[in-house]
Design a protein around this ligand. Structure first.
Ligand code: NAD
Length: 320
């Protein structure tokens, strides 16, 4: 499958990730068919995408006149088969359960053409695990987006050992064409690339919190205002160059033995779990969101991300 042959996209699973992914493809001009096993998710798709698109309009990142045409490029089907039929690229963003993924990849094979690319948005399962029962796994691949997917630029593209080079290159080209920062991950390592790095930081911040090194508010503020601020513009390897490899090698040797390295779930996370404080979704996690609705919390986050995204986009060098 070549990039030019791809016109029709199918997104299966229209939850937090799937609806934003459908939006990203439709915004770039692709026809998108979506299916979700849950009828409320199907019924609310256009309204959720419209609300996202209105945020883009409010931030001067989209013309108001483009909203309806984008929504018209998205249709919802009553069955998975109807969404996938004729699709050149099918993405699943369904439940993160091994058996659900494996059943999907077995099933979808008979619903699509031999040439159709079938992708998984799984954060956890490699394509070798999800597509284990496929007869033709050479066209299966992971495309790992980040939440909110219609805003966060990176998509990790992770081929399995059976995925052909053509499928990998077309998938990368497709995501670059729709404006995503598609990066190729070589090797099916757990967590791919980004979540491994993120988890190393997450383990350390919970440890610092439990040791009372700083308050939860100060921990978040310190990281946002320092490494978070820098990382929005320069990658961690480049940051080593700016600081100096000599300085970083001294810091590396001094600090790495001090960092948390065990595999236990921190006690404070377990306490929150036991109390049902799961984060913005339940109104309380490590922080308390009780005075705001979940929609308000999401909208505030998305608004700042959109402004940052626009600013960073405007900084890109022009070709001419
Ligand atoms: N939430 C994140 O931050 C994030 C980030 C990257 C990747 N992912 C991955 O994306 C996928 C979806 O995550 P999400 O956060 O959107 O979950 P979600 O629960 O918000 O949405 C999943 C949707 O899939 C539907 N669904 C479940 N099983 C289905 C099936 N067999 N057929 C059709 N529809 C089905 C559900 O009804 C639901 O609407 C998961 O694999 C997850 O690991 C999530």
């Amino acid at each position: 499958m070549q990039l030019e042959q791809i016109r029709q996209i199918a997104v299966i699973g229209l939850g937090r990730m799937g609806h934003g992914i459908a939006q990203a493809f439709a915004t770039a001009g692709y026809q998108v068919r979506g299916f979700d096993a849950n009828k409320d998710a199907r019924a609310s798709l256009h309204q959720r995408v419209r609300s996202n698109l209105n945020d883009f309009v409010a931030n001067d990142m989209l013309n108001h006149a483009d909203v309806d045409p984008i929504l018209e490029r998205i249709s919802v089907t009553a069955t998975e088969g109807a969404a996938a039929a004729d699709a050149h690229f099918v993405l699943e963003a369904i439940a993160e359960e091994r058996s659900v993924k494996q059943e999907f990849f077995s099933r979808i094979e008979d619903a699509v053409a031999d040439t159709t690319i079938v992708a998984s948005n799984s954060s956890t399962f490699t394509i070798s695990e999800s597509a284990v029962n496929m007869r033709r796994p050479h066209r299966a691949i992971v495309t790992h987006w980040f939440n909110p997917p219609h805003i966060v630029p990176t998509v990790e593209v992770v081929p399995g050992p059976e995925t052909t080079e053509e499928i990998t290159e077309t998938t990368i080209a497709l995501h670059r064409k729709i404006g995503k920062l598609a990066v190729r991950i070589n090797g099916e390592i757990p967590g791919f690339l980004v979540n491994r790095v993120q988890m190393a930081m997450i383990r350390e911040v919970w440890d610092l919190y439990e040791r009372g090194v700083a308050s939860r508010e100060d921990i978040d503020a310190a990281i946002c205002g320092s490494i978070g601020f820098r990382l929005a513009t320069r990658g961690p390897l480049a940051i080593c160059d700016f600081g100096g490899i000599d300085i970083w090698s001294t810091v590396y040797k001094r600090l790495t033995p001090e960092l948390r390295s065990d595999h236990e779930l921190p006690e404070s996370i377990q306490t929150l779990l036991d109390a049902g404080h799961l984060g913005t979704r339940t109104g309380r996690g490590i922080h308390d969101y009780n005075s705001s609705s979940m929609d308000e919390v999401d909208t505030r986050r998305d608004d700042v991300m959109l402004k940052l995204s626009k600013f960073l986009h405007d900084q890109r060098p022009t070709k001419d």
